[in-house]
Design a protein around this ligand. Structure first.
Ligand code: DHK
Length: 149
């Protein structure tokens, strides 16, 4: 079995910790990486955490994951609400997919309430701050463990 969990991040998340910290918090994507690495390692998995502001790059990484990843944790950011291309790419990935939103998108503007990716995700975490990533990785290790028990 592949032992890598991809953690994909969409537009503007490179600015995590710097952009609107009142909404997205003070922790950076590097902090997220450390937290996720610790959780994954404890279950004998590794992570590949990536971020792009470009929809096509996210699609390409999902294609890459078809051969290299056991599961995908994704925060598509704004692409959640707009991208059929990201949904289609995820539909071409055979492993489990978990969706993370740092904020509770249902408490925010109505255009954030719908996510295309949720049609594909086994589960969604929203509003747990950046802690949501490590929780999703923890859940992913459980799902992958069950799949191969
Ligand atoms: C992050 C974004 O950048 C927004 O476009 C989404 C999401 C919400 C988040 O909560 O992680 O609407």
């Amino acid at each position: 079995m592949q032992k890598t969990i991809y953690i994909l991040n969409g537009p503007n998340l490179n600015l995590l910790g710097k952009r609107q910290p009142d909404i997205y918090g003070h922790e950076s994507l590097d902090d997220v990486r450390s937290q996720c690495e610790a959780v994954a390692r404890a279950a004998d998995f590794e992570i590949r955490l990536l971020q792009s502001n470009w929809e096509g790059q996210i699609v390409d990484w999902i294609h890459e994951a078809r051969d290299r990843a056991a599961g995908i944790v994704i925060n598509p950011a704004a692409l959640s609400h707009t991208s059929v291309a990201v949904l289609d790419a995820l539909n071409a990935f055979e492993g489990p997919v978990l969706e993370v939103h740092i904020t509770n998108i249902h408490k925010r503007e109505s255009f954030r309430h719908h996510s295309y990716v949720s049609r594909r995700a086994e589960g969604v975490i929203a509003g747990f701050g950046v802690e949501g990533y490590a929780l999703a990785v923890r859940r992913m290790t459980t799902l992958l463990g069950q799949a191969h028990a």
